[in-house]
Write a protein that binds this ligand. Structure first.
Ligand SMILES: [Zn+2]
Length: 563
């Protein structure tokens, strides 16, 4: 009896603290090729953890994509950004599979979506078919792999989510085999003095520590002298067999004299918490150098649920005269690991590098709303925009304001409101709010225009200005010339571009009827497929209209022949 109780308790606690029982044989692979990853689950991306795996598709598009099990399509979306063309399939066992960046859908689904696109006269559509309306069998062709949306090369983005909670889970938990006998790589080690009195190697600022490989394959850091509350951070990646891609690691743990202080992994997370990635990484370092240091300690404002164990928030209190053996272990999903031993001695030393504590006239209290008047514009931070209080650096200028730098992450949108009183109505039409990058190149921010003010909502600190776009978009034919015979052509393609504010809308008609032109912003191309409509006229008139974000419009009128 007692034994049964203990066993039950074990099973119970496994489900609470360990891995759930994920079905290992329920699903087939979404592709017919060996699985090589260009990205792992939980990988650190900008403002989010990667919610699936990126499967390499042999540097090409058009590989058949199959449903991993029987199911029904619950959602299809065609978008210029994000997942591009994407399909969601709910399976009877409670999981939903997601297939993103698709080139095109299977004939059955393609016909379903085309009908909707012609009805709505829009390339971008989203539909939630009724349960059972679009049923699929395990292994049924659903689409062809592609590179649509926010994808920088051909691959399949693949997810497995819980259908109820919508929490994405690591697809490798379901028995997908990825050849991986390669250990993760540790690139850099950093130690952070965290408390007021803390110091590390004569520094009150974070410090990089060198380490060397030992005969047993582990790494040993140079001996550190420290005092006070400190934390550990590292830069690292995982490389699998058969590919050079630097992917994210699966788990991280930190022990101090044998006791676990911090341990987290990428079994699952929720979309609601994904932006807290900006508290897991050293955001200031990222903003400055574009490199992500993962902290093994939990910073203020970090609400991530990925921690399996956490003691003292993963921070270490170093006392004078005591020795600490800190051990960092990074693993990939297969359990290949790299370990780094960090010997620390509790010792007070003379400070030679002092953290330069930036002080400005303006202090932001994260928990409170904050308003600042910068002359040309007002900025409003709602409460809890930021994770921590900080001195904000604000600069006033002529039509330009600088709101600190992108070294502090904002969890919520804040608003910037420009006064446009001095501009005429005509000028206001062509003006928009732009963010200036480090090379002072402007990029369009959605601008809400009211009587005398323009407002933008953003989560990025930095420099904002009013910019003017008076130049309409450019349109030119790409694969044909005016009055050409196009009998054997499958596609019509047109090149569109805008110099400053960017393209907002586009539409095309053929002999006066709306036609679907698929827009690929990465190639500045609109494409029409001749299969869409049978043309009954020899001479065809194509009209393409493109409008930029401030309303400058261009129209291309051209004709061609087709039998
Ligand atoms: Zn992806």
């Amino acid at each position: 009896m007692k034994k049964i109780a203990i066993t039950l308790l074990l099973i119970f606690s496994m489900n609470l603290f360990g891995q759930e029982n994920y079905p290992k044989d329920a699903f087939r692979l979404p592709l017919d090729i060996p699985i090589i990853l260009a990205g792992t689950f939980g990988e650190l991306r900008s403002n989010h953890f990667h919610s699936g795996i990126d499967i390499k598709t042999q540097q090409r598009e058009g590989l058949p994509v199959y449903s991993i099990a029987d199911g029904t399509i619950t959602r299809i979306k065609v978008s210029l950004w994000g997942y591009g063309k994407v399909i969601y399939v709910a399976h009877p066992n409670g999981y939903t599979s997601v297939y993103g960046h698709l080139q095109k859908f299977s004939p059955k689904i393609e016909a379903y979506i085309k009908e909707l696109q012609y009805k709505k006269k829009s390339y971008e559509v989203e539909v939630f078919p009724n349960y059972g309306e679009l049923k699929l069998e395990k292994g049924e062709l659903i689409a062809y792999s592609g590179n649509t949306g926010g994808s920088s090369g051909p691959h399949l983005h693949f997810e497995i989510r819980s259908s109820i909670s919508e929490k994405p889970t690591n697809p490798l938990l379901y028995g997908i085999e990825v050849a991986d006998a390669t250990n993760p790589t540790l690139e850099k080690l950093f130690v952070y003095p965290l408390s007021q009195d803390a110091q590390v190697n004569q520094s009150t600022d974070k410090i990089q520590i060198n380490y060397s490989k030992q005969p047993d394959g582990s790494y040993l850091a140079n001996k550190i002298n420290a005092l006070g509350k400190i934390g550990i951070g590292f830069v690292g990646f995982d490389r699998q067999d058969m590919a050079a891609n630097k992917n994210g690691v699966y788990s991280v743990s930190l022990t101090v004299n044998g006791k676990t202080y911090s341990s987290y992994d990428f079994e699952s997370f929720s979309f609601g918490e994904t932006r807290y990635i900006n508290t897991l990484i050293d955001y200031e370092h990222y903003g400055q150098y574009g490199q992500r240091i993962q902290k093994t300690f939990r910073s203020p404002g970090n609400n991530l649920s990925i921690y399996k164990e956490l003691y003292n928030n993963g921070t270490i209190d170093i006392r004078e005269g005591l020795s600490y053996n800190v051990k960092l272990t990074i693993k990939d999903y297969k359990g290949n690991d790299v370990t780094l031993n960090i010997p620390i001695e509790g010792k007070r030393e003379e400070i030679k590098i002092a953290k330069d504590a930036e002080k400005t006239d303006n202090f932001v209290i994260a928990k409170k709303p904050n308003n600042f008047d910068l002359g040309a514009a007002k900025v409003y931070f709602p409460e809890n925009t930021f994770y921590e209080d900080f001195y904000i650096d604000l600069k006033k200028g002529q039509d330009t304001v600088t709101i600190h730098r992108n070294t502090v992450p904002a969890h919520r949108n804040f608003t910037i409101t420009f006064d446009v009183d001095k501009y005429s109505d005509e000028e206001r039409k062509k003006l928009f709010i732009a963010r200036l990058d480090s090379k002072l190149r402007p990029s369009y921010i959605s601008t809400y225009k009211r009587a005398n003010t323009f407002t933008a909502r953003t989560r990025y600190l930095g420099t904002y200005t009013l910019a003017k776009d008076t130049v309409p978009p450019k349109i030119r034919t790409k694969n044909f010339k005016e009055k050409q015979w196009l009998n054997n052509y499958k596609y019509l393609s047109v090149h569109i571009s805008d110099d400053l504010s960017g393209i907002n809308t586009y539409s095309a008609t053929l002999n006066g009827e709306w036609i679907l032109m698929e827009y690929e912003p990465k190639r500045n191309t609109l494409t029409y497929n001749f299969d869409d409509k049978i043309l009954d006229k020899k001479q065809c008139k194509l009209v393409v209209t493109v409008t930029d974000n401030v309303g400058n419009t261009s129209t291309l009128s051209t004709s061609f022949y087709r039998k």
